[in-house]
Design a protein around this ligand. Structure first.
Ligand code: SF4
Ligand code: SF4
Length: 369
């Protein structure tokens, strides 16, 4: 028997939920709705469910929990919403209420347990610096590698380390733990997330860094947008594409048609659109064309918000639609290891010939040392 829950976190967004006019504009963009087709799987449906939980009109049964957790938190609906509703905030508050009422999804529970125990969601026991064989030392520049680049898409970490070395930067990696993005997205206890934030800030501070760069869009968004809500961030924070776009880098030519996928965390959540394109524009002999949906209107890759770990089939279907849009290109480039992984699943589903690469993987062999 599923109970009605105490929805303490949703109380503060009651008015926001009441401003939904049910116009349905959000239906035209939601990547999840497109695959499922039920109103409960789009922003207005999720808002109705959250409102029902808050008022104890509906119990938190399996279908309610599923619909709250099938949002990728891509923020595209907010772009289209004429009422300006912060849908992602409502969804994430609903998740915090579900977790507080012991309704965390079993797959997410494993992720949280591993993050708290090992400092990463993948169950890996060896730290970032040791895994990457990089020495930590006091330096003005820090590179926050992120769990996915360290343990799952290692070539992105290696490419970034190589580029910074070729450019003679005095940089260090830090004693990092998972940035806390996954925990925050799936509704974990805020105090646990804040403890992780404090740990990461202390690790960077201990090495005296004045600036930290990120190759992961999710980690970058956390430090740029979320950390300052909870802790002091006493150093400059930039995505690696912003850092490199300002440098006078000489590239070898690349005779390929390139297109670019804006990660939701880097684009809609953090407003970084130009820097990756500026870097790509410097590659001699390459051609660049945008996909139909780009920049603020970019389609989501389908993997964010805990959807990939809990609903991998759904994440793969959304990724396949994104890869379809890039059919004209030789290379689909993005700036997030998580998007890379999920888009590669989409490529497999489509049997698409397009190469999927992180921006660092693409440019590393082209950077003249
Ligand atoms: S676009 Fe905004 S106001 Fe319209 S139905 Fe969706 S959430 Fe509600
Ligand atoms: S944030 Fe994205 S996945 Fe979630 S309801 Fe809005 S458009 Fe759909």
């Amino acid at each position: 028997m599923v109970d009605y829950i105490d929805a303490a976190h949703l109380k503060d967004v009651r008015n926001a939920m009441m401003t939904c006019t049910y116009c349905g504009f959000c239906k035209s963009v939601c990547p999840v709705y497109e695959g499922i087709g039920w109103d409960s799987s789009v922003a207005r449906g999720r808002i109705i469910l959250a409102y029902g939980l808050l008022n104890k009109d509906i119990p938190a049964d399996h279908s309610v929990v599923e619909n709250i957790y099938q949002c990728t938190t891509c923020k595209d609906c907010e772009r289209r919403c004429p009422s300006g509703i912060e849908v992602v905030e409502i969804v994430e508050r609903a998740r915090r209420d579900l977790v507080a009422n012991d309704l965390m999804l079993p797959k997410h529970r494993k992720v949280v347990e591993s993050t708290l125990e090992n400092g990463n969601p993948y169950g890996e026991k060896i730290g970032v610096a040791t895994t990457l064989k990089v020495k930590k030392h006091p330096a003005p520049l820090g590179y926050f590698v992120g769990c996915t680049s360290t343990y799952r898409n290692r070539s992105i970490a290696d490419a970034t380390l190589s580029i910074l070395t070729k450019l003679d930067e005095d940089f260090t990696v830090v004693d990092e733990a998972c940035c806390g993005s996954v925990l925050q997205r799936i509704g974990s206890d805020e105090e646990e997330v804040e403890e992780i934030m404090e740990l990461n800030i202390r690790s960077a501070e201990d090495l005296g860094v004045e600036e930290v760069v990120f190759s992961c869009a999710g980690c970058y968004r956390m430090f740029k947008e979320e950390y300052p809500k909870f802790v002091d961030v006493p150093f400059k924070v930039r995505h690696i594409s912003e850092f490199l776009a300002e440098k006078d880098i000489k590239f070898k030519p690349l005779d390929k048609m390139i297109t670019y996928h804006d990660p939701c965390h880097l684009g809609r959540h953090s407003g970084v659109y130009d820097a990756p394109r500026k870097l790509l524009s410097k590659i001699p002999e390459s051609r660049f064309e945008e996909m139909k949906h780009n920049r603020e209107a970019a389609l989501c890759c389908g993997g964010g918000g805990g959807v990939r770990s809990a609903y991998p089939d759904l994440a793969g279907k959304v990724a396949a639609r994104r890869v379809d849009e890039a059919a004209f290109a030789d290379v689909l480039v993005t700036s997030c290891p998580f998007c890379v992984s999920n888009l590669r699943v989409g490529k497999e589903k489509n049997s698409s010939p397009v190469e999927i690469k992180d921006l660092m993987e693409l440019i590393e062999p082209l950077v003249e040392g």
